[in-house]
Design a protein around this ligand. Structure first.
Ligand SMILES: *Cc1c(COP(=O)(O)O)cnc(C)c1O
Length: 370
């Protein structure tokens, strides 16, 4: 089976980790953690970085630090991962779901203004699968209504909106360093912000709310969400070759584009849009319901021929956990549902061999074109 993702771990990555192990300072207090936070923040146009154990906890910690609660509304796409919703529901706040576009697979920002109410406390944008959200309209609405933007940039390391790095446009942004992301530390995540007070608050909550004067006396409940020096060492090495990671992702995607883009009923995300170049974090295909009534059968056929796939996100407004929540509302987000039902992504691991990628492209073509 050709896996949908295999991370590329280079000799330099290994040396970087071994160095830290040899030095022996491996906890979250080691200087390399702060160095990585700083380097990652600067590379993404923000001032402060706060590393946490994963991208889901990065979102949780942001919403917790913002102290959202019952009655507060957070505008967000429906077509995204559960991590975006978890802390909102845990804290009893209300998600307000906006549909996505069938062309870019990102939140349809033309539907944003009608979602804003006096209860709106944040807009969560999620750069999806390698293309950024069209941020200009989001930023101008956010400014007009004085609403902070939170950018989930877990899929957008090194990606740009016009000349602005993804992750630089929100009051805070979150990234994941999971094994399939463009910078990985195995598991991991980071929050970026340029607000010093907010960064301090995130650090305080991350570190068991220890205080300066009386270390073991606590005013609030926090967490231990520290990141290890071992992760930071891998992150440093991965970050240093982010440009080549993106170049390689684009190279793999162009192989798929050459073969798949002419097939009727198979749609890939655009290579370019007005404001960005797709970096193809994943190589997704959206199947037409007429040609492929059941995407799961296509996935099963690909699997039987040795090509692993993953389905696209299942929309949040259709999640059983959301139906059960006290803040449930009925939504019609037809595009998110189409994406959830008819989208798959194909193998593009940078740790795969060229031969495996060639085969995955050929087999995908064979199955989708027949
Ligand atoms: C991967 C991902 C996350 C979650 O990150 P983890 O590190 O896996 O917890 C959150 N949001 C998006 C958009 C993601 O792709």
């Amino acid at each position: 089976m050709i896996p949908v993702n295999v991370p590329l771990i280079t000799e330099a990555d290994i040396e970087s980790v071994v160095d830290v192990l040899r030095q022996g300072w491996i906890s979250g207090e080691a200087p390399i953690v702060a160095e990585f936070e700083h380097a990652f923040a600067v590379a993404h146009g923000q001032t402060f970085g706060v590393c946490v154990p994963n991208g889901s906890l990065a979102l949780d910690l942001v919403f917790s630090a913002l102290e959202i609660g019952p009655g507060d509304e957070i505008i967000m796409p429906s077509f995204t991962i559960i991590s975006c919703l978890s802390e909102i529901l845990r804290r009893g706040a209300t998600p307000v779901f906006v549909d996505s576009e069938l062309s870019t697979w990102n939140m349809d920002v033309s539907k944003l203004e009608e979602a804003i109410t006096p209860q709106t406390v944040a807009i969560l944008t999620v750069h999806t699968y390698g293309l950024p959200v069209d941020m200009k309209p989001v930023m101008s609405l956010a400014e007009k209504h004085c609403i902070p933007i939170i950018e989930d940039a877990a899929e957008a390391h090194g990606l740009r909106y016009e000349d602005l790095p993804c992750g630089s446009m929100g009051f805070a942004s979150t990234f994941s360093f999971y094994a399939n992301k463009n910078v990985t530390t195995g598991e991991g995540g980071i929050i970026l912000t340029s607000d010093e007070v907010f960064a301090e608050r995130l650090r305080y909550l991350r570190n068991l709310t220890f205080s300066q004067d009386q270390r073991f006396v606590h005013d609030e409940i926090g967490w231990n969400l520290r990141f290890t020096a071992i992760q930071a060492a891998l992150g440093m090495s991965q970050l240093s070759r982010l440009e080549s990671t993106i170049r390689e992702r684009r190279k793999i995607a162009s192989q798929y584009r050459d073969k798949l883009s002419e097939i009727e009923g198979v749609r890939m995300a655009p290579d370019h849009v007005r404001y960005a170049t797709n970096d193809y974090w994943v190589v997704g295909v959206l199947l037409s319901s007429e040609r492929f009534p059941r995407a799961a059968e296509v996935a099963a056929e690909l699997a039987s021929k040795g090509v692993q796939t993953r389905p696209f996100f299942f929309p949040l407004h259709k999640q059983p956990v959301y139906f059960k929540s006290p803040v449930f509302r009925e939504y019609s987000n037809p595009c998110s549902e189409i994406l959830g039902n008819y989208g798959l992504y194909l193998p593009n691991g940078l740790g795969s061999t060229q031969d495996q990628i060639d085969q995955a492209v050929e087999i995908s073509y064979g199955v989708l074109a027949s």
